[in-house]
Design a protein around this ligand. Structure first.
Ligand code: B12
Ligand code: SF4
Length: 488
């Protein structure tokens, strides 16, 4: 069967364009099962998806199914894409994080053009689903775990959200199907925009046993499952030697949970001569599963930069609200050790968690200044459904958002308040903006480091746009009033 696997374009502010790796996995299993798959990522395409659908139709080889992926802020765009595809006669199936959290919502009467939704990891389910369609069967009759549908006006939601135990049993993502020349490097804000990069991402494990209150990990879940080092190295070799990657991003939830495995992976990158291509831990690694040796091995293995989720500089907030299972001393050690190994560092900090106040946010700024990472990423807390934080806000506060699209992390406005007489969303945005100013602007050494680089002048238009966003922005944070849909 001819299938389109599509990702809508993130209308959220972001200059980062990463390959949608989940679709790469689904494309690989479908291709192995003999199907013809197109990956359509609206973020990097010049033509609308209809161009592909119409061309295939005219050529007499029509696409029959479109599978669309969506995180929560992208769900309105996924609906729009499903409506367009349905009007051209394709079966529509939606999957990904948002559909895993809210599988029934998209099957409601407002979205008649969505035929099916899928929750959880879909490598097994999608093959069975497509096989059923191809045989002219009704997929719902097969009782595929994770598949949700409506029948006679009633919505049926699968009781399970599948997770795949043996990750080595999966084929590598179909990296070769991505139009990799259309993607940029992974961290243009830090490295300057490189439109000629061949940037791939890799997942060495799935899941995370920690339960940080702000984190939504609906698909990969709480059970950590690791691929064998051999299996990861084989994919890495394909990326480096055959697909000529110029940069690799490790995007696991927590790749270093088991320290000996993490070290073994680095040693193998050296032994197999795969350390020639720089790599980063794009979304961070956990500070409390590290030691000095790990960072030295990472450096030897080709790592360029490490990121850490620091979140907050106040010990009470870390322990009682964020619940990240790490202390400030662990954070300090991880930064010290990675700098000693000559790795660049990134710190991720969150402003505006419930109970954050002037003092705790000041502690966060102070910690950022003390740690002095090469890149400090200050984020406003985003209330994602399915998180503990979302539950706290439902009990004690209000979400300010008109639709799911408003939950984009990089939008510069507060997304919620807590009605405890203390929490102040305007103060949150003020401190967040202050953090950027104090970290990046008010320190002469930082400013000099930046302006003395060629990239600064080459990227000046983007730099000015970012500066406006972070340092100036609008002060009316709570103009939009809450009408966010509730979790099913
Ligand atoms: C890499 C990554 C990114 C990258 C690339 C995203 C991309 N293009 O894929 C970047 C940095 C660009 C990014 C951006 C954002 N991200 Co992000 N990102 C991730 C991360 C770390 C890994 C994604 C991944 O590869 N997962 C592994 C694959 C195997 O899983 P998967 O993609 O979910 O796909 C599986 C299933 O979901 C399902 N599936 C997926 N699509 C489909 C489609 C069909 C038809 C079917 C049947 C099944 C199906 O099958 C797949 C295979 O098992 C996840 C965390 C995580 N553990 O997933 C966060 C995560 C997905 N991101 C998240 C968020 C919030 C965002 C942003 C909205 C942040 C923002 N700027 O505001 C943006 C949105 C951009 C976008 N395109 O959606 C949240 C989503 C939460 C939610 N409720 O939706 C996550 C879960 C992080 C978190 N813990 O909070 N992200
Ligand atoms: S933020 Fe990181 S450590 Fe915390 S639960 Fe999410 S993936 Fe795990």
């Amino acid at each position: 069967m001819r299938v389109i696997l599509a990702s809508p374009e993130a209308k959220v502010w972001s200059s980062r364009k990463h390959i949608p790796l989940g679709l790469g996995y689904l494309a690989a299993v479908l291709r192995d099962a003999g199907h013809d798959v197109l990956i359509y990522d609206a973020a990097i395409e010049d033509e609308p998806v209809t161009a592909y659908i119409d061309q295939a139709q005219q050529a007499g080889k029509p696409y029959e199914l479109i599978g669309i992926t969506a995180t929560t802020p992208l769900i309105p765009d996924a609906w729009e894409m499903a409506e367009i595809a349905k009007a051209r006669g394709l079966t529509t199936l939606l999957g990904g994080p948002h559909l895993t959290i809210m599988p029934a919502e998209s099957l409601g009467p407002e979205y008649p053009y969505v035929d099916y939704t899928f929750k959880g990891e879909a490598e097994h389910g999608i093959v069975e689903f497509v096989e059923a369609l191809e045989n002219g069967e009704t997929p719902e009759d097969r009782e595929i775990p994770g598949l949700n549908f409506r029948r006679n006006g009633e919505i049926f939601v699968s009781p399970v959200s599948p997770i795949i135990e043996d990750l080595d049993s999966l084929p590598f993502p179909a990296h070769d199907l991505f139009k990799i020349d259309h993607y940029t490097n992974l961290q243009p804000l830090t490295d300057g925009l490189d439109p000629n990069a061949r940037s791939f991402t890799i997942l060495t494990s799935r899941g995370c046993p920690y339960k940080c209150t702000f984190c939504s990990k609906p698909v990969t879940g709480d059970t950590w499952r690791a691929r064998s080092v051999d299996n990861v190295i084989a994919e890495w070799r394909w990326l480096v030697q055959d697909l000529h990657a110029t940069e690799i991003g490790v995007t696991d939830d927590i790749w270093n949970l088991k320290l000996p495995r993490a070290k073994e992976l680095c040693r193998r990158l050296v032994a197999d001569n795969l350390n020639t291509v720089e790599w980063t831990t794009v979304h961070g690694m956990k500070v409390n599963h590290a030691d000095p040796e790990l960072f030295h091995l990472m450096k030897a293995g080709g790592a360029k930069r490490v990121g850490f989720g620091v979140e907050n500089g106040d010990p009470w907030m870390l322990r009682n609200i964020i619940r990240k299972g790490q202390t400030l001393d662990m954070v300090r050690n991880a930064f010290r050790w990675s700098k000693a190994a000559d790795l660049q560092t990134m710190g991720f900090f969150i402003f505006g968690m419930p109970k954050d106040n002037e003092e705790t946010m000041e502690a966060t700024i102070q910690l950022a200044l003390e740690l002095d990472p090469d890149l400090a990423n200050f984020m406003l807390a985003g209330p994602f459904p399915g998180t503990k934080m979302w539950d706290m806000i439902q009990e004690e506060g209000n979400v300010f958002a008109n639709d799911w699209g408003d939950l984009a992390i990089h939008d510069q406005k507060a997304r919620f308040t807590i009605n405890d007489g203390q929490y102040d969303p305007d103060l949150v945005v003020k401190k967040w903006r202050e953090a950027y100013r104090r970290f990046y602007l008010y320190r002469p050494r930082r400013v000099w480091e930046k302006v003395s680089k060629k990239d600064f002048w080459m990227d000046l238009p983007a730099t000015v746009a970012n500066a406006r966003r972070f340092f100036i922005g609008s002060d009316d944070q709570t103009a939009d009033v809450a009408q966010t849909p509730q979790v099913a």
